[in-house]
Design a protein around this ligand. Structure first.
Ligand code: SF4
Length: 332
């Protein structure tokens, strides 16, 4: 599998405001996310713990789902919303927050679009690519989609801002593609269940409006960190420690999210006068990205035969599946 991510990062950017057809593959079917994020990256329990250990708990956000059809696992109603649930407990992912940033994918001028908090808005490269915190979901994308025969974000981008084969250069899934974490195996490992639905009164209302506060986010992050794979069990002591860690987080990412949010115009609005990623993120401690010239040089050095080929680069391009349709892990 080879992908050409330079000037794209379509899987890390909410590019719906600049897409005539407005792709919204996460909102098909009976379980629609409460939030309006695009391509949220669901994290495993161990990844959530890692972000907390690194003081990055303020970069995390939960995703819950409407239960429009009623499911075998039963829904639960909070704040007047029927929520997808596991044994009467609201089900959720924990993902990465998506603030507005000034970005210029697909040869556009700088535009305010929501992106993953770890995306460098200038290079459109991932600030944590290859590091210990780099999510498996990102490392495995779009390989899983190719294995499952479902559309990749590369192809969605090509349909609107490019030509076939321009982004998904080689559609052969990589050998040894890791298996998806779906269904019952995902419970307590990637899909979590909030044990006390009554505590969520008011919280669900704020999540639906995109107005959740740090305490709202921390309560879900804590349950995820304290979950046990294959069960609905939650360790109370670990939960409280994780909640405190999430609330105490004061990272470059969280502070940058606040500044981007305060500076942003509406989605799809021009961002020519916006501050740079260096000013808002690197100056607060964000890791730099190498830029595409360095990536191409490294790729050429590894394999001189590739010298004229499109070089892969640090983004979500090593593989990731569309398992964002709900707690049962359908595919987009
Ligand atoms: S590749 Fe990096 S920037 Fe893109 S979604 Fe994953 S963590 Fe975020």
């Amino acid at each position: 599998m080879r992908v050409n991510c330079e000037g794209c990062a379509g899987c890390c950017v909410d590019w719906r405001p600049v897409a005539p057809g407005s792709p919204d593959h996460e909102r098909r079917g009976p379980r629609r996310p409460l939030d309006d994020a695009y391509n949220l990256v669901p994290l495993t329990r161990d990844e959530v713990r890692g972000f907390l250990d690194d003081g990055l708990g303020d970069a995390l956000v939960p995703r819950l789902w409407h239960d429009d059809a009623g499911t075998a696992t039963g829904s639960v109603t909070v704040d007047g919303v029927d929520l997808a649930a596991l044994d009467g407990r609201p089900a959720f992912f924990v993902g990465l927050r998506t603030p507005p940033k000034p970005v210029a994918p697909f040869d556009l001028d700088r535009t305010w679009l929501r992106t993953c908090t770890f995306l460098d808005p200038e290079t459109l490269q991932c600030r944590i690519h290859g590091d210990e915190r780099y999510p498996a979901e990102c490392a495995d994308y779009p390989g899983h989609n190719l294995v499952l025969g479902v559309e990749t974000e590369c192809e969605r981008v090509e349909a609107t801002h490019g030509d076939p084969g321009e982004r998904l250069v080689d559609a052969e899934p990589p050998p040894g593609q890791r298996g998806l974490l779906l269904g019952s195996h995902a419970v307590g490992a990637k899909v979590f269940a909030y044990p006390d639905p009554d505590e969520l009164t008011g919280v669900i209302h704020r999540l639906r409006r995109g107005e959740e506060n740090p305490a709202d986010r921390a309560r879900f992050v804590a349950v995820a960190a304290a979950s046990a794979p294959g069960t609905l069990a939650v360790d109370d002591a670990r939960r409280e420690a994780a909640r405190e860690a999430a609330l105490a987080a004061d990272s470059w990412a969280g502070r940058a999210i606040d500044e981007w949010t305060a500076a942003a115009a509406g989605p799809g609005e021009p961002a020519g006068e916006a501050p740079t990623g260096d000013e808002v993120e690197v100056d607060r401690g964000a890791p730099r990205t190498p830029g595409w010239a360095a990536v191409r040089a490294a790729s050429d050095a590894d394999d001189p035969a590739n010298a004229d080929a499109d070089a892969p680069g640090p983004g979500r391009q090593d593989g990731r599946a569309d398992e964002r349709d709900g707690p049962a892990g359908g595919n987009g």
